[in-house]
Design a protein around this ligand. Sequence first.
Ligand code: ATP
Ligand code: MG
Length: 324
Amino acid sequence: MQHLIPIASGKGGVGKTLLAANLGIALAQQKKTVVLVDLDLGGSNLHTVLGIRNRHTGIGHFIYKQAESLEQLLVETEQRQLYFIPGDGLFSGTANLPYYRKLAIIRQLQELPADFVILDLGSGSSYNTIDLFLTSPSGLIVTTPDTTAILNAYSFLKSSMIRLLQRSFPARSEERRIVQDFLQQKVEGEDRDIHTVVKEIRTLHPESGAAAADALETFRPRVVMNMGRTAQDIRLGSRLRHVARSNLKTDLEFIAYLPQDDLAGRGALERSPTMHRYPDSAYAQAVRKCAARLIQEPSPRMPKLYPENEDLQELAEDFEVEAR
Ligand SMILES: Nc1ncnc2c1ncn2[C@@H]1O[C@H](COP(=O)(O)OP(=O)(O)OP(=O)(O)O)[C@@H](O)[C@H]1O
Ligand SMILES: [Mg+2]
């Protein structure tokens, strides 16, 4: 079975791309077939970390329908069994990914012939990123041990859960409207959270309400603490876990603790990934452990999600794409 591993973060610059590249290599070294996909639209730099020249066509060609499939865009890498789909400059990161292209990308990602498909996403909670993150119930959220990164990781988790709840119901359904009303009326501190809303929906619509509760239950993102230095970091990590449990009723699993390591970034600067150049570095060793855990505890499938309402703006953007 193929596993999608989206890698996201609330705050930028926390080490997603470096992790994606080195984790891909570590998994391939464990004899898994891996595809790394650069989905940081507008900010793609995974090729640099892998030491690949930016002369291949990438995901923009699929978005603009110049390539028929994602498989067509696969590039071989120095590492056996590791393939790469570049992001590219064609697509501006400020533009919203056209809705139907996003669905097409997700469908094709799920069909790529590999054991693991790793998605390097942009930072923050845009719908593009969240919808790509929701391709797996146990994607990775990367954070560093500083308060802003931790708070942003929490916001990202919360936004993902809200989007997951909305997309558990068909567009224009009564259930979807109840969620929408809740979001509009929500006053901070009010004693009504997404779980009480699910309960309310369940009393009105037992079947679809139970399915949504299941989807939320299955959703268990895994956290990577990167650039760790001290024991104090562990306390910050526990705080994130505590807030997620008490406010969102989600048990976060910490899947890796990656140390701050000068050799980690140096590999990227030298255009040769850390895992190849400095295989004995503390960073490489920690990433290998993370890979081993992913192999041991692969993620379950994501429950079916319905499309979001295609709003007029997105349709207009689709039109612009067609017109290019
Ligand atoms: N464990 C680490 N030790 C030392 N440096 C690190 C570590 N992890 C990442 N870095 C460095 O931090 C910087 C940011 O890393 P990276 O580009 O992977 O972050 P990102 O989350 O992908 O950023 P963006 O949000 O811009 O996509 C890079 O210079 C990288 O080499
Ligand atoms: Mg990045």
